[in-house]
Design a protein around this ligand. Structure first.
Ligand code: GDP
Ligand code: IMO
Ligand code: MG
Length: 424
């Protein structure tokens, strides 16, 4: 059977966790293929709210396998905390949890280097989540990293010390920051011992075996396409391949196994951290979206910048990902506005109008052409079908489908599992 992919089409936080949880009971396996604890995927089930960072969002479905693929970077401390968080709500997900031996480990000193590098950048900082993501992927591509499979080898402590000492030498080029390395190291080794008790797998064989057995697989993206290391708003990006192409290298599955690509966009747009955001709002409408959408980071608690949907940006990532199905989330948030907009084209500084993303998204855009839509000003949280939605909302959905030339398969009208419209 095929691998379906679900990923964010903007700068992250599109509501991937909610939608994966909704879809998970129709899949045999949910797999993370990139990123790490920089992700924060929220799942709301009744009164309970869970935020997952590295563990796939299929854990709330008892029959579903959850796989952390080789493209992911794992901080054993965060991972252990996540397991504890789930245990305290009565869920032991370890029987259904599988971790690739080829996933790389985030060391405490990776987090140190992340924070020190950001401190040195000052106003130019990326706005990293400071989870050690960049330095860990640097060690992976620099061929210095430690992998999950290394933790059971006899000389693991020696290899850890060698890498840590290298990091400490490197740290000398950065300003000093506060960090209790001894304390973090202690926690790290306790968490490593816990990791040893979990199911560590040869992910590529595991995945292809599932495919061979006709199992249904969903690859769960983290971050969003505009944070992709190559195609995002570089250097204000993360350090992994967040687009569909990352699924093959992140799980060890062939391109021919990929079938559906489900792309998620909010009905507006947000970004957390630094970097260009052409349709950003700096007025009270932006604040209204932030308030109504509760736009605060699930991982860092930082407030998210808000703005309008950007059609050239969405067309770009629909192209890169080969999106076959669209999911629109947070449509309910627009209910507070009497009118709203979508960015349609960029006017570059030389005067040229374009629907293509320029090399530098921040520097080159002088103006944006917007299309304005009439709002509906009615509560849509309890809508169960398309026909329950106001005419203005339906028109906006039709507009998005037509502009992006991809059918909408689901619409989310609230954070709850049940607040989801599945389009027939
Ligand atoms: P992810 O990183 O893509 O999984 O998204 P986050 O969990 O970081 O952020 C999405 C936030 O919006 C979470 O607080 C969700 O509970 C919430 N959410 C998801 N879908 C909807 C929706 O349709 N409407 C509203 N109001 N909130 C939603
Ligand atoms: P989910 O999976 C939103 C952003 C950070 C920063 C940049 C680099 O919840 O959608 P990093 O820690 O990777 O070095 O940060 O990327 N970022 C996210 N923004 N959602 C995320 O994940 C993000 N993960 C990283 O804010 O701008
Ligand atoms: Mg998030």
């Amino acid at each position: 059977m095929a691998v379906d992919v679900l990923l964010g089409l903007q700068w992250g936080d599109e509501g991937k966790g909610k939608i994966v949880d909704h879809l998970a009971d129709s899949y045999d396996a949910i797999c993370r293929f990139q990123g790490g604890p920089n992700a924060g995927h929220t799942i709301k089930i009744g009164k309970d709210k869970h935020v997952l960072h590295t563990i796939p969002s299929g854990v709330f479905r008892p029959e579903t396998k959850n796989i952390v693929g080789n493209g992911v970077v794992i901080d054993p401390i965060t991972f252990s905390k996540e397991l504890d968080g789930l245990l305290s709500s009565g869920l032991d997900c370890s029987p259904n949890l599988y971790i690739s031996k080829k996933a790389h480990l985030i060391l405490p000193t990776h987090r140190y280097l992340d924070a020190a590098s950001e401190a040195q950048k000052g106003a130019q900082k990326i706005g990293s989540t400071l989870r050690g993501i960049g330095p860990t992927y640097m060690d992976k591509t620099g061929r210095n990293g430690l992998r999950v499979g290394d933790i059971t080898t006899a000389d693991f402590r020696g290899r850890y010390d060698a890498l840590k000492n290298k990091h400490l030498q490197l740290a000398a080029i950065y300003p000093e920051i506060e960090f209790n390395l001894e304390e973090e190291e202690k926690k790290w080794f306790i968490a490593i011992d816990r990791l040893k008790t979990l199911k560590l797998i040869e992910c590529e064989y595991f995945m292809n075996d599932l495919i061979g057995k006709n199992k249904k697989i969903l690859a769960e993206g983290a971050q969003g396409s505009m944070l992709d290391i190559t195609y995002g708003t570089y250097p204000f990006v993360t350090s992994s391949h967040t687009i569909t192409a990352g699924v093959c290298t992140g799980l060890g599955v062939p391109p021919s196994s990929i079938k559906k690509v489900i792309g998620i966009t909010k009905a507006y747009c947000t970004r957390v951290g630094s970097g260009p955001f052409p349709t950003e709002l700096f007025d009270e409408t932006g604040e209204k979206l932030m308030d109504e959408g509760k736009e605060f980071g699930a991982t860092t608690g930082r407030s998210r910048r808000c703005g309008w949907v950007d059609i050239p940006q969405l067309k770009y990532v629909v192209m890169l990902n080969g999106v076959t199905d669209l999911v629109i989330t947070k449509l309910d948030v627009l209910s507070v506005l009497s009118e709203f907009k979508a960015g349609m084209a960029y006017e570059l500084k030389g005067g040229e109008k374009t629907g293509h993303l320029p090399f530098e998204l921040g520097e080159n855009i002088a103006n944006i052409d917007y299309q304005t839509f009439e709002g509906w000003k009615t509560d849509i949280h309890s809508a169960k079908t398309i026909s329950d939605l106001p005419e203005q909302a339906i028109q906006y959905l039709n507009f998005l489908e037509k502009e992006l030339d991809v059918p909408i398969s689901m619409i989310s009208v609230g954070p709850e599992r049940t607040q989801t419209i599945v389009k027939k």
